[in-house]
Design a protein around this ligand. Structure first.
Ligand SMILES: [Zn+2]
Length: 345
């Protein structure tokens, strides 16, 4: 009896001291996360987006001169931040050949295009990759009108730049992520999810080592259903392959951002079928867990009036931070995200 009691108190003692350690580590980690998330600002997002979605970029149509300006803008940003390319040296472009594009696209003949890739190597598990993606292309110029695509998907493209910058600041402080992060700007989305199709068929890192894909497509506006309370974002796909991913995302939001996470479009029976309609699906179909971040459609969707002056930058900042917090958790947790088939895809 005594003996047992002694063992029991030892266990209690061990448990307490280890939980204290865990608690202080958690506090430290939380402070760090908040500090780096704070570098993602409405002002920076606005500065970038007013250029990226300006008339000068001519609607960034796949293979056209405006799209070439867009990829250069992205590359120049990464070079300026000293964030490297996984392709090595000065080459931030994964060529997506015209032949591939035209085999898969309908409509006019497309020219060679490119995905833009940047990379932060993990400190402890560098072979495990988290992909954060958004499409860099849009609809181009039609009838002399520029389709600026500020929300679609300038908002997601600029969100990635800010997330990358936040992670890079952590690296500079010696607090870099344990796992690696690939910042993937895909082309040809508007032509049929082609850049992401190309990447997943010609991955730079094995898909088996790709932990998850957080895909951002339109997060700068408010749809009709949320005019009264705009503090929301639609999440699609989070629970379909990994219940753990869904929980991490929920926890990140509860702990830090407190956005209303709207799962309306996550419903298998939703007629819009958004789960199948952006680049994340090319990852999901390879059994890689995904989250698709989306604000829903609005009156300027796929119109020349999708301009940067209509973006709600404070909201864009908040949604971008949520994605950063989620990525931070997935990158730094002890164990790799588990895939289960609790919900079939
Ligand atoms: Zn889009």
């Amino acid at each position: 009896m005594k003996n047992t009691l002694f063992t029991f108190s030892l266990i209690i003692f061990a448990a307490c001291s280890s939980s204290q350690n865990t608690a202080s580590k958690e506090t430290e980690n939380k402070d760090n996360t908040t500090k780096y998330a704070a570098t993602i600002t409405a002002e920076n997002l606005k500065t970038h987006l007013y250029i990226f979605a300006s008339d000068e970029f001519e609607g960034r149509e796949t293979g056209k001169p405006g799209q070439k300006k867009a990829v250069k803008y992205l590359k120049d940003f990464y070079v300026s931040q000293e964030i490297k390319s996984p392709l090595g040296g000065d080459d931030y472009y994964q060529e997506v050949p015209a032949e591939f594009l035209n085999k898969n696209a309908r409509g006019a003949e497309l020219k060679d295009s490119e995905n833009v890739l940047a990379f932060i190597k993990g400190t402890e598990k560098p072979d495990e990759i988290i992909v954060i993606s958004a499409h860099l292309d849009h609809e181009g110029v039609k009838d002399g009108k520029v389709y600026n695509g500020a929300d679609d998907d300038g908002s997601g493209s600029m969100a990635i730049l800010e997330i990358a910058e936040a992670f890079k600041k952590a690296v500079k402080d010696g607090k870099g992520p344990k796992r690696s992060i690939l910042f993937l700007h895909v082309t040809g989305e508007e032509k049929g999810l082609l850049g992401s199709k190309y990447y997943t068929e010609n991955p730079i890192f094995p898909l088996a080592n790709t932990v998850c894909n957080l895909n951002i497509d339109m997060i700068g506006r408010v749809d009709k259903a949320h005019k009264i309370d705009s503090n929301y974002v639609y999440l699609i796909g989070a629970d379909k392959l990994s219940t753990q991913l869904h929980q991490i995302s929920e926890d990140a939001n509860t702990n830090y951002t407190n956005i209303n996470l709207d799962y309306k479009y996550n419903d298998e029976n939703d007629p819009n079928r958004f789960y199948y309609r952006s680049d994340h699906y090319n990852f999901a179909k390879h059994n890689i867990p995904v989250i698709f971040y989306f604000n829903g459609t609005h009156e300027d969707y796929h119109k020349p009036t999708d301009t940067p002056d209509k973006i709600e930058y404070n909201l864009l900042e908040k949604r971008t931070r949520l994605i950063f917090y989620t990525a931070w958790d997935i990158a730094n947790r002890e164990e790799r995200l588990t895939v289960d088939t609790a919900v079939k895809k």
